[in-house]
Design a protein around this ligand. Structure first.
Ligand code: 6MZ
Length: 361
């Protein structure tokens, strides 16, 4: 659907290492294969395979992480991911990534994020807004293209970072990530995400770090209910994060509580179907949440791993649930309310959407 591509969109749930281009992954695998570090032919079919159950996805991430272990590669993939989202008319991207240590490459969690920031700075085909600052720099333009280009002839994308805590991490490692996020608040980091294989790790191990992050004013989003786990779902809702991701395996009473608390849900349709956490799009809980006017945001999760784009997710929602162009536009615009960036950015995004409205009526 052409109009899904041209519509301005907001991406709030995208994992950096899950959003790498296949062509880049293949190139990196080939390089390591040539050096004898990996068996390229064994890796090639894993990268290009399309249907993966949840556990297999996390095996793929372990492989991807072997391909992206040095600073230069982290910088490269960040740059490409931002360019790809901008090309899909994503105007605001909250990109999340797990800071990694790799002593053999001289990489610390801090230098990993520095490499990500370098990737953001090196984007030159689009203007990137990375910092929360008070003054508005978009005048009220009369059309969407002018707003998108901010008068420079280049597209503009707002990018903010979330630092992810992997569920496999220790309490100390999680705390280190929170400290890192706090130290990088002036550099585009706005919050913390809890992610990783939902079948491993304990909520209680990570709780102290998350509580500390919250107390210090970082915004928090949790992967919640990607698999059935009633105790954890309850504990996560009690924690009252600013947003949650997935919410696939909620029982009726958990759903009722979620709706009462009005915690916005990041919905990743293709990811949930591919990983078989939801049987098919037509029975996805998006429909119920959307109909009951619960805050929902369509997101991609991992554009590379699931071969999708945000436009494709909008097209899938529109065709599966019979939602028209105007309503999809409203859904996209509503996401502004749930971003973690400052009010200046919210105001500027509202201007961008207002100027695009005419095309989507
Ligand atoms: C839970 C996920 C995920 O952080 O290395 N990740 N966690 N559920 C999902 N649904 C499929 N998809 C991705 O990006 C990759 C990491 O993001 C998390 C996993 O921890 C994965 O290792 P970064 O940039």
């Amino acid at each position: 659907m052409e109009w899904c591509v041209s519509m301005p969109k907001i991406e709030l749930h995208a994992h950096l290492n899950g959003s790498i281009r296949d062509s880049t992954l293949m190139e990196l695998a080939k390089e390591l294969g040539d050096k004898g570090a990996i068996d390229f032919s064994a890796v090639e079919h894993v990268i290009l395979k399309n249907d993966r159950a949840l556990n297999e996805v996390f095996k793929l991430f372990d492989l991807i992480h072997i391909l992206t272990t040095d600073h230069k590669t982290v910088t490269r993939i960040t740059k490409e991911v931002i360019e790809d989202f901008a090309a899909d008319n994503v105007v605001y991207l909250e990109l999340r990534t797990t800071p990694k240590k790799n002593e053999s490459k001289g990489m610390s969690k801090h230098s990993y994020i520095e490499a990500v920031l370098e990737g953001i700075r090196s984007v030159d085909s689009v203007d990137v807004d990375l910092f929360d600052r008070p003054s508005a720099d978009i005048s009220v333009n009369s059309n969407f293209e002018d707003c998108l280009c901010n008068g420079t002839g280049k597209k503009k994308i707002y990018v903010r970072l979330l630092l992810s805590i992997d569920r496999r991490e220790t309490a100390e490692a999680a705390m280190e990530t929170v400290e890192l996020a706090l130290g990088m608040r002036d550099l585009g980091v706005v919050g913390i995400d809890l992610s990783g294989n939902p079948l491993v790790g304990e909520w209680l191990t990570l709780l102290a770090a998350l509580e500390y992050a919250k107390k210090q004013g970082l915004q928090i989003t949790l992967h919640c209910g990607e698999v059935p786990n009633p105790d954890e779902i309850q504990a996560m809702l009690d924690f009252f994060p600013r947003r949650i991701g997935h919410a696939c395996c909620f029982e009726d009473d958990e759903l009722k509580l979620l709706k009462k608390l009005r915690i916005p849900v990041e919905i990743c349709l293709t990811s949930n179907i591919r990983t078989e956490t939801i049987a098919s799009a037509d029975v996805h809980h998006f429909a119920d949440l959307y109909k009951s006017n619960h805050p929902v945001i369509l997101c991609t999760d991992d554009t590379g791993v699931f071969s999708t784009s945000l436009s494709a997710e909008y097209a899938l929602a529109s065709s599966t649930f019979g939602i028209g162009k105007r309503e999809m536009f409203e859904l996209s615009e509503k996401a502004i309310d749930f971003i973690f960036a400052c009010d200046r950015v919210k105001g500027e995004l509202k201007t961008i959407f207002a100027s695009a409205l005419g095309k989507f009526n």
